[in-house]
Write a protein that binds this ligand. Structure first.
Ligand code: FAD
Ligand code: COA
Length: 399
């Protein structure tokens, strides 16, 4: 078992209290109404659970990713959407800005997040999902402005988030490409940023997934979050920051599965058939045993990946991918088995497990699919570049 400090145990207990109280009470309604839980955002703010990882000089608490994971895990057991808000106000886009941004960018982003804004990270495009480096959204330098054009889809928070970190190919005045950069824009303030449509999703319905377009969206050069190694290596550095969000996504999956497991465990004691609790049948006992093993292993991987981040740095790329692959796949299995243990009652929309099964399904997809992340792990353990494009191999062979 990971040794948590007394402060971490206290943080976990505080998060649990909020999660098992009002957050749990709202989860079904958030799903049914498909409304973003602003009231839970306020509760997270009051509890000091948003922007925890922001350094103290910018108004945060300078807590670690493991601390954020502990809170996310608790919230996600009760309400996956609220768990995702914890992730995205402590990891991902906000982490990239706090690590690579200018003083003004850090002040802006920290202020917005601490005020309850969940930044949106805009990478995926209709033609560039797994192959994110094929993105076509472009930022053209025109004098003292960048002009951004393109389209992103499946952007979490599109329509509720104000701050956006937008990945785009950057071109200089002469039209020469400099690399992939991240630009900050604010919905309703930056002209040309348009929320086009919302996806009708299977689960996680309380947070919008949106298509967003940028039509001659003008931003000053100061909106470009310049990674330390410059634009050529910009994408790699931005993805390095994104490893934190992958750990966060794994944590939400873990929390959902833990929540479903707890409900099934209770039910297995309550429900009697053949004159005895169903957990007296070995078929159910082995299910529960397998579920507990998967959860324990997932938790160990997630905590280890979170704790791999050096101070001011990010979780290790391979550990983050290992944690996300294993946890997301295990969580889907655990949630499904929980539903099975409930029998017909698990299939009812009145049962939270039905929601959990839908919510957990996305975690082998969003944030890098399980297939892509296996390739990331393979590249890491083999210490090889594993280009997936045909011309990548051709180029490599010609070197
Ligand atoms: P594709 O890339 O088209 O893949 C289709 C299938 O082919 C998958 O099974 C994939 O694993 C497989 N495949 C593709 N290439 C390979 C390969 N080389 N080897 C083996 N298999 C391969 N994006 C954002 O930018 N911001 C967000 O906030 C965001 N939030 C999301 C929230 C949700 C709920 C979901 C579902 C997605 C979100 N995404 C977001 C998008 C997500 O990151 C992409 O869906 C993901 O990267 C996969 O891209 P794709 O859907 O286009 O699938
Ligand atoms: N952490 C740190 N660096 C990373 C990284 C990560 N998670 N993923 C990629 N990089 C670096 C690579 O090491 C490489 O750096 P180098 O040029 O110094 O060698 C650079 O970024 C480009 O990566 P590479 O794997 O060569 O890119 P590719 O063109 O083959 O594209 C990816 C593959 C990165 C797009 C693919 O692995 C991926 O992650 N797809 C999923 C995208 C995703 O998660 N979207 C979520 C949106 S919310």
């Amino acid at each position: 078992m990971f040794a948590l400090t007394p402060e971490q145990l206290k943080l976990q207990a505080r998060a649990r209290e909020l999660a098992q109280g009002p957050v749990r009470g709202r989860a079904a309604e958030v799903d049914r109404t498909e409304q973003y839980p602003w009231d839970n955002v306020d509760r997270l703010k009051d509890g000091g659970f948003v922007g925890m990882t922001i350094p103290t000089e910018y108004g945060g608490q300078g807590l670690s990713y493991l601390d954020a994971v502990l809170v996310t895990e608790q919230m996600s057991q009760a309400c996956s959407v609220t768990g995702r808000v914890v992730v995205e106000t402590n990891m991902g886009a906000i982490s990239a800005v706090m690590a690579y941004g200018s003083h003004e960018q850090k002040q802006l982003a920290a202020g917005m997040v601490l005020d309850g804004d969940k930044p949106a990270i805009c990478i995926t495009e209709p033609g560039a999902g797994s192959s994110a480096t094929e993105m076509t959204t472009r930022a053209d330098r025109r004098g003292n402005r960048y002009v951004i054009n393109g389209a992103k889809h499946w952007i979490t928070g599109g329509g509720v988030s104000r701050l956006h970190l937008i990945f785009a190919r950057v071109f200089d005045e002469k039209g020469e490409e400099e690399g992939i950069g991240g630009f900050l824009a604010i919905r309703d303030e930056t002209e040309g940023l348009k929320i086009v449509s919302r996806e009708p999703t299977m689960g996680l319905r309380g947070i919008p997934e949106a298509e967003i377009t940028f039509e001659d969206m003008e931003v000053p050069p100061s909106a470009l979050v310049m990674p330390p190694r410059g634009l050529k290596k910009g994408f790699a550095d931005l993805m390095n920051a994104y490893n934190s969000q992958r750990v966060g996504a794994a944590t939400v999956a873990l929390g959902i599965a833990q929540g479903a497991y707890e409900l099934a465990l209770d039910w297995s004691e309550t429900r009697e058939q053949f004159g005895r609790p169903i957990n007296e049948f070995q078929g159910i006992q082995w299910k529960l045993a397998d579920m507990s093993i998967k959860l324990a292993a997932s938790q160990a991987l997630v905590y280890k990946a979170a704790a791999s981040a050096p101070p001011g740095g990010f979780p290790d790329m391979v550990m983050a991918a290992q944690a996300k692959v294993f946890t997301s796949e295990s969580a889907i299995e655990v949630a499904n088995q929980a539903l099975q243990i409930f029998g017909a009652r698990g299939y009812s929309r009145n049962n939270p497990v039905e929601r959990m099964v839908r919510d957990v399904r996305m975690f082998t997809i969003g944030g890098g699919t399980a297939e892509i992340l296996r390739t990331v792990v393979a590249g890491g353990i083999l210490k090889k570049k594993l280009p997936q494009s045909r011309d990548g191999y051709v180029k490599k062979a010609a070197e």
